[in-house]
Design a protein around this ligand. Sequence first.
Ligand SMILES: *[C@@H]1O[C@H](CO)[C@@H](O)[C@H](O)[C@H]1NC(C)=O
Ligand SMILES: *[C@@H]1O[C@H](CO)[C@@H](O)[C@H](O)[C@H]1NC(C)=O
Ligand SMILES: *[C@@H]1O[C@H](CO)[C@@H](O)[C@H](O)[C@H]1NC(C)=O
Ligand SMILES: *[C@@H]1O[C@H](CO)[C@@H](O)[C@H](O)[C@H]1NC(C)=O
Ligand SMILES: *[C@@H]1O[C@H](CO)[C@@H](O)[C@H](O)[C@H]1NC(C)=O
Ligand SMILES: *[C@@H]1O[C@H](CO)[C@@H](O)[C@H](O)[C@H]1NC(C)=O
Ligand SMILES: *[C@@H]1O[C@H](CO)[C@@H](O)[C@H](O)[C@H]1NC(C)=O
Ligand SMILES: *[C@@H]1O[C@H](CO)[C@@H](O)[C@H](O)[C@H]1NC(C)=O
Ligand SMILES: *[C@@H]1O[C@H](CO)[C@@H](O)[C@H](O)[C@H]1NC(C)=O
Ligand SMILES: *[C@@H]1O[C@H](CO)[C@@H](O)[C@H](O)[C@H]1NC(C)=O
Ligand SMILES: *[C@@H]1O[C@H](CO)[C@@H](O)[C@H](O)[C@H]1NC(C)=O
Ligand SMILES: *[C@@H]1O[C@H](CO)[C@@H](O)[C@H](O)[C@H]1NC(C)=O
Length: 373
Amino acid sequence: MKNMLIIIIFLAADEAMNLLSMGYRDPAVPAVYIFGDSTFDVGTNNFLNDTKSKADMPFYGIDYSPSHSKPTGRFSNGYNTADCIVQLLGFKESPPPFLYLVQNDTEDFNTQILKGVNFAGGGAGILHHTGKQRFGRVISMEEQIQQFSSVGDNMTRYLNESAAKGIINKSLILISVGSNDINEFLMFNVSNSSSLIQQLQQFLPDLIASYQAHLTNLISLGARKFGILGLAPLGSVPDVRGSYGGNSSNEINAVAELFNYGLYYMLLDLNSSKFPEFKFSFGNTYSITTGMINNPASLGLSDVATACCGNQTLTSGTPCSPNATVCEFRHKFLFWDRHHPTEYGSQLAANDLFNGGSEFASPFNLSTLVQTL
Ligand SMILES: *[C@@H]1O[C@H](CO)[C@@H](O)[C@H](O)[C@H]1NC(C)=O
Ligand SMILES: *[C@@H]1O[C@H](CO)[C@@H](O)[C@H](O)[C@H]1NC(C)=O
Ligand SMILES: *[C@@H]1O[C@H](CO)[C@@H](O)[C@H](O)[C@H]1NC(C)=O
Ligand SMILES: *[C@@H]1O[C@H](CO)[C@@H](O)[C@H](O)[C@H]1NC(C)=O
Ligand SMILES: *[C@@H]1O[C@H](CO)[C@@H](O)[C@H](O)[C@H]1NC(C)=O
Ligand SMILES: *[C@@H]1O[C@H](CO)[C@@H](O)[C@H](O)[C@H]1NC(C)=O
Ligand SMILES: *[C@@H]1O[C@H](CO)[C@@H](O)[C@H](O)[C@H]1NC(C)=O
Ligand SMILES: *[C@@H]1O[C@H](CO)[C@@H](O)[C@H](O)[C@H]1NC(C)=O
Ligand SMILES: *[C@@H]1O[C@H](CO)[C@@H](O)[C@H](O)[C@H]1NC(C)=O
Ligand SMILES: *[C@@H]1O[C@H](CO)[C@@H](O)[C@H](O)[C@H]1NC(C)=O
Ligand SMILES: *[C@@H]1O[C@H](CO)[C@@H](O)[C@H](O)[C@H]1NC(C)=O
Ligand SMILES: *[C@@H]1O[C@H](CO)[C@@H](O)[C@H](O)[C@H]1NC(C)=O
């Protein structure tokens, strides 16, 4: 009888453990290394004195509970898309910025880099000069990859070469970059002397070739699994809707789509002919965002055109600043400021990138990439 009771208690405890563990997932990858621009920045640019690309003032972070609503450098009311993706992997949020680890947390540097680092910074582009004219100091992809290379050296010294390689080749590399290059090309470089299509025929292949060179460098540093986000419909963000008008929006969207096609075929080529060990999931943020804009109600959205923060109308707008107005129902808005999604918009997108079908992530989604390859 006594034994029987013990067995029952054991079984019950086992059952309880199972229930407790259901809310927790062991991350499917040991670490995540994150690259790109403001869409993925979690505080990098707060460490730069001389940049205009910063989200260090209210009302940024208003819904970010770990900081009790203080701005963190994320261009969002709460978590951004990088956070939301890694949360689906089982992490709490994005790993910290490289510059935070270097400047403010050297004590944890060697253990944290084994779990991930975020190198992304607002204003950054694929091209080295992108962002500098508009924002001053930005950390380009080239510089972000140099920082990643130095992190690899620190890992090798802390562990040993094969252990460091073994972590990097199982880790997820997330990249979201390109909007600043495209926007600045359209702003500064397009001349009236020949057609836009002609100029794009020269510019886009060069841009994609630069992107490929960055990926090749990451592969040579041991990276293998890539989650690469394409461009959203850049003409549909509140800023562009405000300053141009319907037709230019469509034209800018068409350029974003052309870039995405070029990027996808470059990725396929890298995988099939140059580096078979290179594995990727391409995130079609263009179709994801367009889907939200065309069918907001089914996702619980009521405003997919104006910015929640920044007195935005359809024809004019101000930046998100302490002076601006903020919408009350943030989970009803797709856009937080004139360029970036709300936390809710990011969660919806992350879910499509992670679990969605091939219209959202191709040739397979992030869940497939991390679990089966
Ligand atoms: C930024 O400013 C701080 C304080 O003024 C200074 O200590 C730091 O070196 C500066 N950093 C850069 C990158 O200029
Ligand atoms: C980093 O350290 C500086 C100086 O100690 C401090 O002012 C700043 O708030 C810290 N930044 C973060 C993100 O913790
Ligand atoms: C990481 O490596 C660099 C040299 O590449 C070194 O200066 C730095 O001290 C190392 N960081 C830590 C925390 O060991
Ligand atoms: C590297 O480190 C791992 C983990 O600590 C260990 O198992 C392995 O034997 C080491 N390899 C070499 C070549 O020292
Ligand atoms: C990852 O690196 C380790 C250590 O060099 C190696 O044994 C393993 O085969 C690599 N795996 C992949 C998938 O590249
Ligand atoms: C575009 O303009 C910028 C700044 O004027 C210049 O640095 C850059 O080289 C130009 N890019 C192209 C592709 O022409
Ligand atoms: C192209 O034409 C527009 C309108 O006529 C003008 O505002 C713009 O400055 C011109 N761009 C260049 C690069 O000459
Ligand atoms: C926008 O495009 C439509 C159809 O192509 C055209 O009829 C209209 O005049 C254009 N509007 C502007 C402001 O260019
Ligand atoms: C890339 O190539 C490998 C073969 O090495 C394959 O298993 C993988 O599914 C390919 N495609 C992608 C998108 O990674
Ligand atoms: C806020 O408004 C004040 C007064 O109109 C102005 O001086 C200041 O520059 C504004 N600040 C921002 C961040 O827009
Ligand atoms: C935004 O709107 C609010 C309320 O209408 C107003 O008080 C504030 O001055 C406006 N701010 C800007 C920067 O236009
Ligand atoms: C995407 O992920 C889910 C798992 O969440 C999987 O069941 C599904 O088959 C995947 N879809 C595609 C098209 O890869």
